[in-house]
Design a protein around this ligand. Structure first.
Ligand SMILES: Nc1ncnc2c1ncn2[C@@H]1O[C@H](COP(=O)(O)OP(=O)(O)OP(=O)(O)O)[C@@H](O)[C@H]1O
Length: 307
């Protein structure tokens, strides 16, 4: 089945609006306008977290001659958590990496289609790669802080790479705010100069979230962020996601169906059947996808019958 045939469950009213209303406000300290036009040297004081809508249009992807995605289209609305589910190998991580231009780092990789962030093509040659990566952050399956670097320095590690300039005072404020937003501040406030590698796995993952948040992304991509964590740490990360979503759009790949139901308001089911490239079978409101899916393959997958 191609993406154009993907089924979208009908939804009463705007689930996006109702979910956003229900999630509660995040206390943000950044109140001044962001400068989205500047491609370098932005000042922290000019930035303001503000979620963006990501739109993928007809995305196809290849590794060499092996096509792994076929014309996938998906809107990931601003201020909403979208989960990508599906069996192993159906192209979820590839799709996620295409959303912040990481796919192109693989030498044999190719892609077709477009990805728009609030209408702007992230593959536009006019848009710098660093700008795209600043707008669209990523958290990986395995926590990857710089182990010998201090907690403080880990949080601000992305600033130089993305051209954000900060004064010392702003840097302190940014570290504190990013750690608060990632739900880690209270646990590390007294040991900011200790190495990041000394934290537990769950704390390291939240440190990575804080590092991503420090550059004020408008979208956060998370590739199975809890698969290496215990249930308690998983729960803390999930709570953190729900608190973040008012100022960062989140797209998460997960194999955990309960997690998809707990955290996401929108869900897309990917499938690559019998050697065909991955495509979206069905997408829409998470509750509807799990309670009354339209496609029998979705029903089987969300009920654990395969994958
Ligand atoms: N760097 C790569 N080089 C070649 N093929 C790759 C590469 N990365 C992924 N693939 C192939 O692309 C297809 C999709 O892989 P991908 O990791 O996107 O799937 P997935 O749905 O995220 O799987 P999982 O749930 O197991 O992580 C697979 O056939 C995989 O073998």
């Amino acid at each position: 089945m191609t993406t154009s045939e993907a089924k979208k469950p009908s939804m009463a009213g705007s689930f996006v609006d109702s979910m956003k209303d229900g999630l509660g406000a995040v206390k943000g300290v950044f109140t001044r306008e962001r400068d989205s036009s500047s491609s370098s040297g932005s000042r922290l004081s000019e930035l303001k977290p503000e979620p963006a809508t990501l739109q993928a249009n007809n995305i196809s992807a290849w590794f060499g001659t092996h096509q792994v995605l076929d014309r996938v289209s998906l809107e990931m609305p601003a201020g909403v958590i979208t989960s990508l589910i599906g069996p192993s190998g159906c192209g979820k991580s590839t799709f996620l990496r295409i959303l912040n231009r990481m796919h192109e780092l693989v030498p044999s990789a190719q892609l077709a289609g477009e990805v728009l962030i609030d209408g702007q093509d992230i593959y536009d040659p006019e848009l710098r790669l660093t700008q795209a990566r600043r707008e669209i952050g990523m958290v990986f399956q395995k926590p990857n802080p710089f182990p010998a670097m201090s907690i403080y320095d880990n949080v601000v590690a992305g600033l130089a790479l993305t051209g954000i300039k900060v004064s010392n005072d702003e840097r302190d404020e940014l570290v504190e705010t990013s750690l608060i937003r990632a739900g880690l501040w209270k646990e590390v406030r007294d040991r900011l100069r200790s190495p990041g590698g000394g934290l537990s796995g769950g704390q390291q993952q939240r440190l990575c979230i804080a590092r991503s948040l420090a550059v004020m992304p408008r979208v956060l991509l998370m590739d199975e962020p809890c698969s290496a964590l215990d249930p308690t740490s998983t729960r803390v990360i999930e709570e953190t996601m729900l608190e973040l979503v008012n100022d960062v759009t989140i797209v998460i790949v997960t194999h955990n169906m309960q997690q998809a139901q707990r955290v996401s308001q929108q869900c897309a089911f990917f499938l690559a059947s019998q050697g065909t490239p991955g495509a979206i079978v069905e997408y829409g409101d998470t509750e509807a996808m799990f309670d009354s899916p339209i496609d029998p393959r979705t029903y089987d997958y969300v009920n654990g019958r395969f994958g």
